[in-house]
Design a protein around this ligand. Structure first.
Ligand SMILES: [Zn+2]
Length: 311
């Protein structure tokens, strides 16, 4: 059976890596037209739903209660040059980004399919809904609601049908409005998670699309965006791997031997020295990771932004 690319509709023949999850058998396909790698069939197992996942973990992993922007959201703070206006964050989770956007002058809205995370987000704004983007778009178009900015951080790669998703977002934008967000970079240097056992989050039914910079650019253009910019950025998922490569023995030693507070048994100079060593052991591997990834332009995350056609 022929398989067609969900972005550029090219016929795809190259298949590899059969992978089973929750009774569903997926195959990884590489599109010769736009370089996208995608898992097929583009369907969730019947019993799968995000509401049935252990949201305690999901919530924690997505940084509930963070006061600062997470690493992948910082790209927006660095790169966005449009006006402060209405902003919809798709997959807003606990509202970490909404909090930042609101305090930076945006009128914020959010949707997510994680009811637990939305309870946190409602403390930031009442304008968050337990809906998919398609459901929200239908409701919002009835209300005449449109946005200056729509963001989705680490959401696009989850979409079995990416083009309808992008088109829904584009329809919700004002003319000339902005779309921005991130996806994981499949060409990341430090490939934490070469298998589904190591990184279940990067495999179906979680992630259906594996982007590199070129494939992401093609998808955004196909979704109707102009002036698309894509840049590699450091992510942070790779930190544990880097710790294994470089810093873990140092860190383990430092954490074991560095006390939290000075004691009568320990001279002050030794306490200070151990504390500095502990700090260096924690910071150095992350700095090495960032440096290495930047050096070869193969960071863990791809930041993108682009604009809607001006009517
Ligand atoms: Zn394609």
């Amino acid at each position: 059976m022929r398989i067609y690319c969900p972005i550029c509709s090219s016929a795809c023949h190259r298949r590899s890596r059969p992978f089973s999850s929750a009774g569903c058998r997926y195959q990884l396909v590489h599109c010769p037209g736009c370089d996208l790698m995608f898992w097929t069939p583009p369907s969730l197992p019947t019993e799968f739903s995000y509401a049935s996942l252990d949201f305690g973990n999901y919530d924690t992993s997505h940084g509930s209660g963070h006061e600062e922007l997470s690493a992948h959201q910082k790209g927006f703070a660095r790169n966005y040059r449009g006006p402060r206006g209405s902003l919809l964050d798709v997959g807003c989770s606990d509202g970490n980004f909404l909090r930042w956007a609101q305090s930076n002058g945006f009128e914020v809205y959010g949707v997510d399919i994680d009811s637990v995370a939305l309870q946190h987000a409602r403390r930031i704004t009442p304008r968050v809904w337990l809906l998919t983007l398609a459901e929200f778009a239908e409701w919002a178009s009835g209300q005449g609601l449109r946005f200056d900015v729509i963001t989705f951080f680490d959401v696009l790669e989850h979409q079995p049908q990416p083009l309808p998703f992008l088109q829904s977002a584009a329809r919700l934008l004002v003319p000339g409005g902005w779309i921005a967000g991130t996806v994981p970079n499949r060409r990341r240097l430090l490939k934490t998670g070469r298998s589904a056992r190591e990184a279940f989050w990067d495999f179906p039914p979680h992630h259906f699309l594996w982007f590199n910079a070129g494939a992401l650019r093609s998808a955004l253009v196909a979704g109707g965006l102009n002036g698309v910019e894509v840049q590699c950025q450091m992510y942070g998922y790779a930190t544990p791997e880097m710790l294994r490569l470089a810093g873990n023995p140092v860190k383990r030693l430092a954490l074991r031997w560095a006390p939290e507070a000075p004691s009568a048994m320990m001279p002050d100079w030794l306490f200070q020295a151990l504390r500095q060593a502990k700090l260096a052991a924690q910071v150095l591997p992350q700095a090495m990771e960032a440096g290495l990834e930047r050096l070869v332009h193969a960071g863990g995350s791809l930041y993108f932004q682009g604009r809607n056609h001006v009517d």
